[in-house]
Design a protein around this ligand. Structure first.
Ligand SMILES: C[S@@+](CC[C@H](N)C(=O)[O-])C[C@H]1O[C@@H](n2cnc3c(N)ncnc32)[C@H](O)[C@@H]1O
Length: 319
């Protein structure tokens, strides 16, 4: 390493975490809490391919071994199930009989086929007074209209990959919590035309860097221990107004993670800082932070939010 400056605490950096994380003091981070891009085509991941997205996660996770304190934690918030268009998926759509405009059924087509075994699709369609597309859809489940243009949706679990990347980096899976958020009804097209569920949870994968760690019951009140300290499912409303950033997690989520896994004055890292939620929660709980955000627009918003939180915290400590 040639004379690289070490990143300072309580600072928001604008840049790529893949290179900037190398400048974090080794063994200095008590907790790293973040939510990465989800490969959903948001403005900050427009050029990502599935491979480049996986490589980003892999590289960032690998960089954690050096910066985490022994006994420190890495907590990743991500939707475990992702979906993306994949040219290799079979182009078959679910049939929804309530959407059918034409009464021709598969049985009717089979009957015509057995009565006229030499008839082709066009001739069968003319006997049944329907389109060739209807014949094809009923018999093969193919949507020749939509399916010709749009690739099928590939569903993938990401938790296993993340666990493998962490394990390869020397970090062990310690626990998993589930954030029960608002149901994502924005996906209604997805659920209307399929048998799939609406997304209403995200996971928190918790990894540990081997070393002694503190189990300090004083970090939470007895009621907090009972309500969420021990509980796997955390019910927290989603951020409903994403004015500053399209994918913010709730400050309450960051609070809980920070208060459970760190003590005051510990350093909390977020290498995907976005609007600065983790940094603000760290400030408000008297922890230090380092935040990195690649997009200037969001880094500026994070800096503004951090400044406001620091000012309020100063006023609060004087009063
Ligand atoms: C899911 S968002 C995080 C939102 C954040 N938790 C909040 O509450 O505002 C992920 C963020 O990571 C940023 N990002 C993506 N790749 C990055 C990289 N290589 N280095 C730093 N930031 C990156 C994106 O620009 C985006 O703002």
């Amino acid at each position: 390493m040639c004379n690289m400056e070490t990143l300072s605490i309580n600072t928001v950096y604008c840049g790529d975490s893949v290179s900037l994380m190398e400048q974090i003091a080794p063994n200095s981070i008590a907790l790293s809490f973040w939510s990465p891009p989800y490969f959903l085509g948001k403005d900050y991941e427009e050029d990502a391919t599935y491979d480049s997205w996986q490589n980003l996660l892999k590289s960032i996770i690998a960089l954690h071994y050096n910066v985490l304190k022994p006994g420190g934690f890495l907590v990743i918030n991500i939707a475990d199930i992702i979906s993306f268009q994949d040219e290799n998926m079979p182009r078959i759509m679910g049939m929804n009989p309530t959407n059918r405009k034409c009464d021709v059924t598969k049985d009717m087509i089979l009957k015509v086929q057995s009565d006229f075994p030499n008839y082709n699709r066009k001739q069968i369609a003319s006997i049944l007074n329907c389109s060739e597309q209807t014949i094809d859809r009923r018999m093969n489940g193919n949507n020749i209209r939509g399916g010709k243009y749009a690739a099928g949706t590939h569903i993938k679990l990401v938790g296993g990959n993340i666990e493998n990347y962490a394990y390869d980096a020397g970090l062990f899976l310690y626990d998993k919590r589930v954030w029960k958020k608002d149901p994502a009804w924005a996906n209604c097209k997805w659920t209307t035309n399929t048998l799939k569920s609406v997304s209403e949870t995200e996971d928190l994968y918790i990894f540990w860097k081997p070393g002694e760690y503190i189990v300090n019951r004083e970090r939470l009140t007895p009621n907090e221990w009972k309500e969420w300290g021990h509980r796997q499912i955390w019910e927290i409303p989603s951020v409903r107004i994403n004015k500053e950033h399209p994918a913010m997690f709730p400050k309450k989520l960051a609070y809980r993670v920070i208060r459970l896994f760190t003590d005051e004055r510990d350093v909390v890292l977020d290498p995907f800082l976005g609007s600065g939620t983790t940094a603000v929660a760290a400030i408000e709980t008297n922890r230090n932070f380092i935040g990195i955000e690649i997009m200037e627009r969001y880094a500026e918003i994070a800096k503004k939010n951090v400044k406001n939180a620091q000012q309020s915290q100063r006023l609060f400590s004087y009063s």
